[in-house]
Design a protein around this ligand. Structure first.
Ligand SMILES: [Mg+2]
Length: 388
């Protein structure tokens, strides 16, 4: 079978920890753990640390018990994003379509790049080598005809791996894998299906489409049926150069009235949410910007668990940030911006989420009406009220 689409998924190996080792060769070969706050969690662990059972998202206290002689570092996120820029600058120079999905992960569309970059395997090896030359770091690559298989494959032989799943090999590659390996299948769904005796992709295939629809509902059942059949028609979408979207207002009269500020935030969240949806972006970081009457400028940010473009999510984050700032002095400006933008939304929910569906419908309905009647035609109930 011939490649119709060729998609590479690149995932840097133990990225934060590897950057620390590259910057300080004395750390080479040591168990390096990013996460030094005893009440925090581990954000990365070198492969040496993983041998002791340390992994990311584990409480730092537990990691210290498992690996008492580990090198615990606080993390230098500014530096990681610098290195990330080097990697992505290089990738974007070489590959026409690059979709960055996180600080150290990307999908690359290698369809039709044979003359430019050579055969897919050669292209992947060349890119790995270039990244290593430029940064001293290794990454692992999965090559497959569809996105989710490429992503699973990049995790197959870490670190410094290259796993190729040719079109004719997809079914055999997937069959023995546990369902939880499919990106988007969370522990809840995995455990639910396991109780019904379905643990692997092959077992789900054997039960058939009707079984999945019956137990997961139409949307999720259909989605999982496609995945277990190796289908995923999502294109590789180049992430925009756009860094953030925002809205702000300078008040006619300085204020410290929380209700008035909350009302402005609601208007701004609506505006930013609509712009994100119109441009097809999702964002993960919500920033509240505020300037006091003495012109001193401040920002507070919150990074969400999942990317969003929902007005309600943006407003909730901004409102929580507002609650944390001092209103002892008056403000002259307030604003919201959303950054960490991506074309990729949250992982599909396998179990129906009626609240999220209602929220998306409301956003879509308001977008449609405001498109027809202008931006101020409609505001949701919460925006109204108070003194105007
Ligand atoms: Mg990684």
């Amino acid at each position: 079978m011939d490649w119709q689409r060729v998609i590479a998924h690149l995932d840097m190996d133990a990225f934060f920890a590897s950057v620390e080792v590259a910057d300080d060769p004395a750390l080479a070969g040591k168990p390096v753990i990013i996460g030094a706050n005893p009440r925090g969690v581990v954000s990365a662990a070198s492969y040496e640390a993983r041998k002791f059972g340390v992994h990311s998202a584990m409480p730092v206290m537990r990691a210290r018990k498992l690996c008492p002689h580990g090198v615990f570092l606080p993390g230098r996120h500014h530096r990681y994003s610098e290195v990330s820029h080097v990697i992505f600058g290089l990738l974007r120079n070489l590959v026409p379509v690059v979709e960055q999905t996180s600080v150290d992960e990307a999908y690359l569309d290698l369809t039709g790049t044979r003359r430019l970059l050579g055969a897919p395997e050669e292209a992947a090896l060349m890119l790995k080598a270039r990244i290593r030359e430029a940064t001293g770091l290794t990454g692992s690559v999965g090559l497959a005809p569809v996105k989710f298989v490429a992503k699973i494959a990049s995790d197959f032989h870490k670190p410094d791996g290259l796993t190729v799943v040719r079109p004719g090999e997809v079914a055999a590659f997937l069959a023995p894998l546990p369902l939880g390996k499919i990106p988007g299948v969370g522990p809840k769904t995995r455990d639910y299906l396991a109780k019904l005796g379905v643990r692997t992709i092959a077992e789900a295939l054997a039960r058939g489409r009707e079984f999945l629809l019956e137990h997961l509902g139409d949307t999720s059942g259909e989605w999982l049926w496609e995945r277990v059949n190796g289908q995923d028609d999502r294109p590789v979408q180049p992430g925009g150069d756009q860094k953030s979207m925002g809205a702000e207002n300078t008040f006619e009269r300085d204020t410290r009235d929380p209700r008035e500020l909350a009302r402005w935030l609601a208007v701004q969240a609506e505006r930013v949410g609509r712009e994100l949806r119109a441009e097809g972006f999702f964002g993960r970081t919500v920033t509240l910007k505020y300037t006091y009457a003495d012109f001193s400028k401040h920002t507070r940010s919150r990074t969400l668990d999942e990317p969003t473009h929902s007005t309600e999510d943006i407003l909730a984050a901004a409102t929580a940030l507002l609650a944390g700032i001092s209103l002892e002095r008056e403000l002259r400006l307030i604003g919201i911006s959303v950054s960490n933008l991506d074309r990729v939304g949250p992982q599909p929910k396998l179990l129906p989420d009626p609240a999220a569906e209602r929220r998306d419908k409301l956003d879509a309905a308001l977008d449609a009406i405001s498109g027809k009647f202008g931006k101020t035609a409609v505001r949701r109930g919460r925006t109204l009220g108070g003194k105007d």
